[in-house]
Design a protein around this ligand. Sequence first.
Ligand code: DC
Length: 225
Amino acid sequence: MSHNFQITIDGPASAGKSTIAKILATNLKYVYVDTGAMYRTMTLAAKQAGLAYEDEQGVVDLLAKTVIRFEPGVPTQRVFLNDSEVTEAIRSTEVTNNVSLIASYKAVRADLVRRQRDIANSQNVIMDGRDIGTTVLPNAQVKIFLVASVLERAERRYKENKAKGMTVDLETLKSDIETRDYKDSHRAISPLIQAKDAILVDTTGQSIQAVVSEITKIIEKKQKP
Ligand code: DC
């Protein structure tokens, strides 16, 4: 078992996991690991290799040739695929709409989970995703399950898109989120579920600062029992 301090934040798409995790990691001086970015990068790697997303064996064969690396960056962590920066490219609608399929492949999960554990073994981490508290780091000292209503999550996406000059209507965003929730929580391997020992935090109607301070209190309690 690792002697590092591990904090896991799981929850559905757009619940605010990465926003909250990044702030907590900066405050605590922990390494932030965005595991969704790893599944997204693998999805982009498949596209760049000219593979069909349904070609499970092809995607699995690609794993060994795929290096995924994070670098600190402002305002967001930078992501590299085999030395090319893909920070922006992994957020495209095409990647977003296909990542659930790539993340459902058993061998893809096994490989990326191994990489995630390696990172968490050598340093204090705050790791966000869907299965971190249940599967990746089951012995983590602090586990948070972050949720928010579908409407609020769609509204957050809507504002983010608008700021980037993209207009996707709210109803489409709501249905995309519901589809992804369904796929993420009904897949056979490591579905999105709250770990028994995870603390539920509902961010609906709460400011970022309020959520950060609620979780900070939970962490401080565990650090100084
Ligand atoms: O958090 P995100 O939207 O960037 O995640 C992208 C996809 O990756 C999401 O649809 C589910 C999948 N994922 C996963 O299966 N397991 C994780 N630990 C993180 C993400």
